[in-house]
Structures are given as structure tokens and as C-alpha cells.
Ligand binder design. Sequence first.
Ligand code: ATP
Ligand code: LTN
Length: 345
Amino acid sequence: MTMSTPEVTKEQATQPPVKKRTFSGIQPTGNIHLGNYLGAIRNWVETQDQYENVFCIVDLHAITLPIDPKELHENTRRLAAIYLASGLDLQHCKLFVQSHVHQHTELEWILNCFTPMGWLNRMTQFKTKAGDSIDSVSNGLYSYPVLMACDILLYQTHYVPVGDDQRQHIELTRDLAQRFNSLYNQQIFTIPQAQIRDVGARIMSLEDPTKKMSKSDPNPSAYITMLDDPKTIKKKIGRATTDSLRLVKFDNERPGITNLLGIYQSLTRASQEEIEAEFEGKGYGDFKAVLIDRLVDTLRPIQQRYNEILSDRGELERLLKQGADDVRPLAERTVQRAKEVVGLG
Ligand code: ATP
Ligand code: LTN
């Protein structure tokens, strides 16, 4: 039996292939650092023309821990400016603030009622963030992963580009989507996949390289922010933890130098062998000087654009409003489908 090729209509032939959708977000909780850039934002920028992208400033997540209202409002705008200054192009991306699209909280209530407590009890980020205050932290911090799942599922997302620390949350999102779909025997949600790079997905603290670089670290020397000036970068890298071996080589037994080399690898995209050859016979001082120059060169143009963008606040507000208006219908469609199968309304 011969297989006949299905006929392609004239219309289909002239239409561009439908792109898969990506979704990601960052909390406007403080200083955006090198880990956020290399683990997330830079990857969004690099592949933006391959996908239909939705990027969000997740301000609802930011209130799961105490935060000053003025700071939250201002950080939200500043983070939007960082996204744009890093190279996100609104031709390829929708950019919006999570709280401007109320469907996130509406779907969250529904999915909360389908999330077993046992699944949330396993979330390691909650345990780290709650620390010893488990009885006094908010219910919002506990159900944080459900809101994150809603962010992703509302937009029928295929890929979620994030750093390594979000792996567990995306697994939970997949489990929730599968559970809901199979309960109602319908494809209400697309099952998303995490997109995590091999290099740059886990940048560690400069002070304690066994901990991830985090914007909630109380010690600012532990991270390089995307807005640090050359003098600050020089100081922070200069005093970053290494060891006494003075050998510029990747070695998991020596997390300090390996972390700095990983940052350099992510910035240069060179292989480990090429980097080790470049610094053969050289000391930590030589390597750190080259790393500092590279960091300054990477961040300088972003900082310049950032200041330009923030100098026109009216335009920034307009772009954010437009972004929310553009994505709302998509979110609403998913909420309506979910409500319908559950029997709400
Ligand atoms: P916080 O400390 O306030 O929880 P954070 O620094 O972990 O914040 P998030 O807003 O939680 O930042 O993360 C935003 C994005 O940056 C996520 O995709 C996350 O995986 C990524 N990311 C965060 N820290 C790192 C890191 N150290 N290395 C690589 N990627 C990271
Ligand atoms: N939980 C993430 C931030 C976040 C997110 C999302 C990331 C909230 N919603 C949806 C990707 C997709 C964090 O803490 N880094």
C-alpha cells in the first residue's frame, strides 16, 4: 500500500509554522543579579525569535513574604526596564505585570482545591524560605507553587526557561496539569516542560559557593547585581571566595573557583578546556582581572539602556498596560474552560 501525502492547501502553505509558547517570570523583590541574568533573562533573549513568548513580572509572588508597598511598586517598573534593557523585543514577546491580569488569582483558587497538601509539603523552596518561622509565614508562601503553576498553565505554555532551582516547581506544575486533565478527561492544560541550560543555570554565592546566588541574601557581597558599577564589581569579584591551591581549573571539590569559572564560561561560551588553556600557568589574580573586564563589558550597555528606559515612565506604563491587555484574552479562555469542567458558574 502506498501512502499518499496529504494535500497542503494554498492557505496552509503560505502560513508561517505555529510557534511553541514559552512563559517565564521573576519576582520584583530586590536587586536582579547575575544568576537571574545568566540563568534566565539572557536565555529568554537568545531564543526569543524561535517562540511565542510571554514574560511576566510576578508581583503577586513578591507579597508572599513581607515587602514595603512603595518598594514593590517601584521594583516592578525597574524589573520591566531590566527585561527590556537586556534585549527583550516586544515584536517577539508579551511583557506584563502578573497582578494586572486577575485570571492568575482566579485560576489559583481553583487549582488550590485540586492540590494535595502532601505535594506542597515536599517543596524545598518553601522549607528554605520559611526556615524556623514555619508557623508564622503566610499561607501564600505555602501555596506559592500553585500560583506559579497557574502562571504557566493559563497561557497553554510549552516551555518554561528557568534556572535550576525551579525544577521542582515545574514538576509540580506538570503533575497538577496532568491530574486536572485526567480527572475531567479533557486537555484543559498543555503540559509544560522546563528549559534549563547546562551552563549558567546555577550561579553560586560569591561568599559561600555552596549556596545559590540569591537576591534575598542579606549580604550584598554575595551577589553581583545587574546594576553594579565597575568599582563594585571589581571589589566583589576581588574578594570572592576561592582557595589556597591557586590552580585555575574546574574542580567540584573547589566550589569557589569553579563558580567563578562557570560565570566566565557562561559569559564567553567557551568550553572548559579552552578556558583552562587560557589561564594555564596563571594565578587567581590574572583570572579575576579578565573576569571583571568581561562582566563590566556585558553589563555596561544593559545599564545604559536601563537608564534610558526609566527616563520615560509614561511609555513604560503604556507598554505594561498593552502587554496585560494582549495576554488577558488567552488567560480568560483557560479560566473559562477550567470553570466549565469543574461546574462553576
Ligand atoms: P529570591 O532569593 O528572592 O527567591 P532569586 O534570586 O532566587 O530570588 P527569583 O525571582 O526567584 O530569584 O528567580 C528568577 C529566575 O532566576 C528563575 O528562573 C530562577 O531559576 C533564576 N535564578 C535565580 N537564582 C539563580 C542562580 N543563582 N543561578 C541561576 N539562575 C537563577
Ligand atoms: N517561582 C519563580 C518565579 C516564577 C516563575 C513563574 C518562573 C513565578 N511564576 C512562572 C517561571 C514561570 C522563582 O522564584 N524564580
